[in-house]
Design a protein around this ligand. Sequence first.
Ligand SMILES: [Zn+2]
Length: 414
Amino acid sequence: MSDGSRIWYLDEADVAPTIAKLNKLNERARSHGLEGRYTCRLGDVTRQPVYLDGGYDAEAPLDPYAKPDHYKVTQELIVEGVAPKIAGWSFLATLSWDGGVLVTRTVPGFDGRIDPDSVQDQWCDHCRTRRERYDTYLVQAQDGERKQVGSACIKDFLGHAFQPSWVASHGSELDDMEQSFGQRVTEEATVDSVLAWAASLTASHGWVSRDKAEIEYRESSSSVLRGLLFGRSKADREGRQELQPADDHKATAARVRDWARTADVSDSEYLANVQHLAESEYVRPRNAGILGSAVASYHREMNAQAEREARPVSQWAGQPKDKLELDVTVRGDTAIDGDWGVTHLYTLVSDDGNVFKWFSSRNLELAPDQHIRIKGTVKRHEEYREVRQTLLTRCKIAEPQPEPNAQPELEAAS
Ligand SMILES: [Zn+2]
């Protein structure tokens, strides 16, 4: 967590206050028992010529033989060290209670659950105070202990990024206040209307997740949905005309709402968030996308259910390290954003009803229901939601060949 070394070019008058602020941070770190300290040293003094009548660029003369009117003097200050923090804590999630509804935004790869009873609106476990704040943060120690902290205290856990005295540091008390002013204009939509627009949008365009949108340089569905519900631009107005929810979209919305309210959320933080929102009456703009994505999740879940019912026969295939050649149908392609980039999880069902999973490091653009022949190696046998499935690795598509647009070596290297 080293901040490395930074060099600031300060006006002489700012040098002393900046060093004082630095010392204060170190002092605070000492008194709070935090690890990490900053050190600083003075570097060169730089004199830059200033030509008062130099035109646009005051540092370059109009007349090449002109003498500078004066010099701008800056003092180099070199800051080194590690941001003070309590050792061993890492960031887990942002907790928000927009409109009283708890929604968690967890770090990528988080697959646990956050107990809603263990956290509470506006509370900080560290300084043990309740203050007006929109977001709080969940941090976790190496031994698994979790703490909910406010934005002023989180710096103790994650490190306090040092700035010169004239730059406001992030997450200060003043930032908190400004943020709360900015959000005073409250907009809300009903759960039913969010889901009806989402049903219409999903039916016409599919649901494009943020990750997928980023990869494909498209607008995410969650952003389109926010526009449909709250936007005032021309595109938003045209979108509302194109996608006005019909009766069947409203019916889908009602089914999704009931499903979300009763879903088993014990092993999914995402579904727990969807459930909290579906149980409320109104939804704020920044949560509309999370609720709207439930339509696609609902369809996926219904497909999976149909599959489970139609195919109670799925059996494990082969033994670990066996090489298999299979005729399969593509049932799902889920992009998963992880530490090593985006992985595609393909769900494949063989002609005799066995379910296979394959994590591919590249997007093979397999379409749902596409029938392909693959060769792969059995990695292990798993059971997920009572369906036996065989995890494959090192798969090759035998036929039909996908478009030769992929360049695996280049992609792997980038
Ligand atoms: Zn606090």
